[in-house]
Design a protein around this ligand. Sequence first.
Ligand code: AMP
Ligand code: ZN
Length: 432
Amino acid sequence: MYWDESVESLSRSELDALQLHRLRHMVERVSNYSFYHKKFADNHISASLINSLKDIRKLPFTTKQDLRDHYPYGFLCVPKEQLVRLHVSSGTSGQATAIFYSRGDVEHWAELMARCIYMTGARAGDTFQNLTGYGLFTGGLGFHYGAERLGLLTIPAGAGNSKRQIQLMKDFGTNVMHIIPSYALRLQDIMKEAGIHPRRDLKLRIAYLGAEPYSQEVRRRIEEFYGVRAYNSYGLSEMNGPGVAFECPHQLGMHIWEDSYFAEIIDPVTLEPVPEGTIGELVLTTLHREAMPLIRYRTKDLTRFMPGDCPCGRAHRRIDRMQGRSDDMFIIKGVNIFPIQVEQVLMNIPEVGNNYVIVLQRENNIDTMIVRVEVNEKIFIEDMRHLQRIQKKITHDLRSELLLTPQVELVEPHSLPKSEGKAVRLVDQRSL
Ligand code: AMP
Ligand code: ZN
């Protein structure tokens, strides 16, 4: 039932004790090196302050800006000769940052990933197709090493080249896949056009979806079309990459591997912990990192702890589907909106296709929000009146959710821009 029984079956109190032990050790170690050496000395911080897990609040936060300011080596806690890998974060919102791994870090990361994959029921004998980018992006190699560690027949397909992806799936009976949700939606359209029905023609059983925010509605569409159980996978380069939090078969939020990460959820304004169950910014501390430990790293990702215990029996706490990043939020006409709110509405409407984009414009000091929506194949060829009805329905549903009226434009299937990696859902042209 467990890949690593020694940590997956720990009780809450055992996990707490392990975390406290590792946290103290980590604080002790980083005090001697790098960024933290000076930071801790300036603020009179030492491991002796950490007597309970709550004492983590005595430690300073680490931000992306800190990583940038000390780029590239400022956070290293081992000599350079001990490094075996580096990844660079995608830098969708600013200058990139470099993350370093020791041999032990790469090993442990593979273990964490094997744990995630095993938890969902994949086993040796299964064929795993990895449809995400290999290279500086951590998603590809992270899953690759985990799947091999577990003993899956691993196909390093990489991103894109959809025809070949489909061929590989057919030829080798792929039953487990890792795919970015926006690409899964695109591949769905391509399969439909090619007359491929995954439930009939392929053997897919499990999909891992992550790397970008996506709604429950998108998950449902993917599960429905491919005939898979789709599991949410969360991670970020600063914490290795994928393998930080992952769903178990109950799909009730993602278990954070608390032997390796300490999680807090804070109010991004007051920086205080939010009440249990409230959405806030996820803050993570590595408990098991050699090369580049990070203390109280502000992820900017917004989520909440799920209340109660998971029926699977693992005590590792769960976080909810990400609502987005705090820097994804946009304000228009005084209303705060996350792109995911728009997606939830759109993907609940059957006539809506698999791609959309939100465009913000400003003219004569008046902001407008345009939602461009691909309609699905069948609809587009039908009559104008029908299209108008759909447009009205989308506008109405968006207004109820957002409390403002966006301009809805229906466009042909496959006409919106596509990206190789993470989808770009928001184009803000207001400062142009
Ligand atoms: P990077 O390290 O540059 O590949 O990006 C990591 C970021 O991707 C995270 O901080 C999240 O904002 C986003 N991300 C990763 N996995 C998920 C997920 N399952 N759901 C929502 N956002 C995710
Ligand atoms: Zn569970």
